[in-house]
Ligand binder design. Structure first.
Ligand code: ASP
Ligand code: MG
Length: 459
């Protein structure tokens, strides 16, 4: 049995957290591999440093050093600390050289390099803590493992095939010899050997890539919440934890607003049917949410509702769209030149509408303005809208369900501006104004989750 365990920033954010997590690792049966985020706050700090290198570099190095060394000193004895320093020093010297390297700073992947530094030190702390408890452990960077990444700066994707080959050579032998490898999350390396991050929060995805590469039996994502919930508990205090979900449901929710997992975490494990558990490192006795290929049919119409806010609808009018699909293709090609995420697309006789993030509107419009006037008649933008993602068992197949959902939405006077139903069998997604999100989520939860429960209890 091989378990890949990922710990997020808060789970390794302090001495107490690292001690708690080390116990969780030690108590896990079978072979295990750990993937870790940077200590909480560190990546934000590194991002700020990149934005004003000249002014921030000295402070960054000092804070960075003291934060990690303080924890190391408190948890290791003198001899163990000396061992730790042997690995800390070269990593820290590299980091320092990087911050003063004017030439490297001009490279488009420079920010990836700087912001990926936090993981290199949190992994060392965890490794040496486990060693001090008598376990064989080794800290490996993504470079050591050969986690291969491709794509634009700050938005990498792993090459799963190459990573699997490399990890078979670089990591498997350690596992076979009884080591617990502690691997840096968040980034891989390009073919030119440059770090490339997987987007903010990317350690979840990195852990799924590692689980895929090692053909793990289980991926456990340890975080600071209990698992996937029926709604955001800050909005809906009665929200309940979901025990089991399918890959499809978790992927929809992660992509469209539930902030539990990095949106791309599901794919690498789904490909190999590796089950994934989301668990709370502050409450290891709780079971969390199990995500797998199968789950028990639950007879719940709505299992969870999440919202992705701060989006914009771009509507492009062109009288010919229905008869000329090549126009849609041209528009899509133009928009995708920017590599921004598209959250939904819908077409009608004479319009095509896209849902993108507010921040991407300017760059998208500049691409669209490059198009031929004969193809595009008019472009309209509606900003500050939100996509509501509803996930449930029979949402699509039960007749009348969408009607019930939309009449609940109408009760709170919210206007549905765009609908995308049926793209995935488990989800019903629609767009409302940002300001309508809270009442919409609340009423959906009240009607379809809480009342459903009352009904089940009274049976
Ligand atoms: N440390 C990185 C971040 O804060 C990656 C992660 O935590 O998953 O974005
Ligand atoms: Mg995180």
């Amino acid at each position: 049995m091989l378990t890949v365990m990922k710990f997020g920033g808060t789970s390794v954010g302090s001495l107490e957290a690292i001690e708690r997590v080390s116990k969780i690792v030690a108590n896990t049966q079978g072979n295990k591999v750990v993937v870790t985020s940077a200590m909480s706050g560190i990546t934000n700090f590194l991002v700020a440093c990149c934005e004003d290198l000249e002014y921030m570099r000295k402070d960054t190095l000092e804070t960075f050093e003291s934060k990690h060394l303080e924890v190391a000193k408190a948890m290791l004895d003198e001899k163990q600390y000396a061992e730790f320093m042997k690995e800390f020093k070269p990593r820290f010297d590299n980091f320092k050289a990087l911050l003063y390297d004017e030439k490297a700073a001009k490279n488009p992947y420079y920010m990836d390099n700087v912001t990926s530094q936090g993981e290199r030190f949190s992994s060392l702390l965890l490794c040496h803590k486990l060693r001090s408890m008598g376990y064989k452990s080794i800290a490996l960077t993504s470079e050591d493992c050969g986690i291969i990444a491709e794509g634009k700066p700050l938005n990498g994707n792993a090459n799963l095939r190459m990573t699997e080959t490399n990890m078979g050579i670089n990591v498997m032998p350690y596992i076979n010899k009884g080591y617990i490898p502690i691997i840096t999350g968040f980034y891989g390396v390009t073919e030119d050997d440059l770090p490339l991050t997987f987007g903010r929060g990317g350690s979840d995805y990195a852990a799924a890539v590692v689980a895929n590469a090692l053909n793990a039996d289980m991926l456990e994502i340890w975080t600071d919440v209990d698992g996937f919930m029926s709604a955001d508990p800050r909005v809906v205090p009665h929200a309940k934890k979901i025990d089991e979900m399918s890959y499809g449901e978790a992927a929809e929710l992660a992509y469209f607003g539930a902030k539990v997992l990095h949106p791309r975490t599901i794919e690498p494990v789904r490909k190999k049917h590796i089950p994934l558990k989301v668990r709370n490192s502050f409450k290891p006795e709780e079971k969390g949410t199990l995500i797998s290929r199968y789950r028990e049919y639950s007879n719940e119409l709505l299992r969870s509702a999440a919202a992705k806010t701060d989006l914009s609808i771009i509507t492009i009018s062109s009288p010919e769209i229905a008869y000329r699909p090549d126009i849609v293709a041209k528009i899509l090609a133009k928009i995708s030149e920017n590599d921004d995420s598209l959250y939904s697309i819908s077409t009608s006789l004479s319009t095509v509408a896209f849902l993108i993030h507010n921040n991407d509107v300017k760059s998208t419009l500049s691409k669209l303005y490059e198009m031929d006037n004969a193809d595009v008649e008019k472009i309209d933008v509606t900003s500050d809208v939100a996509l509501i993602c509803c996930v449930g068992d029979d949402l699509i197949s039960t007749s009348g369900v969408s009607g019930e959902i939309f009449s609940a939405v109408k009760e709170v006077d919210a206007n549905v501006m765009m609908i995308s139903e049926g793209a995935s069998a488990v989800a019903l997604n629609f767009v409302v104004r940002n300001c309508d999100v809270l009442p919409v989520i609340k009423i959906l939860h009240e009607r379809f989750v809480e009342e459903d429960e009352d009904y089940a209890e009274s049976e």
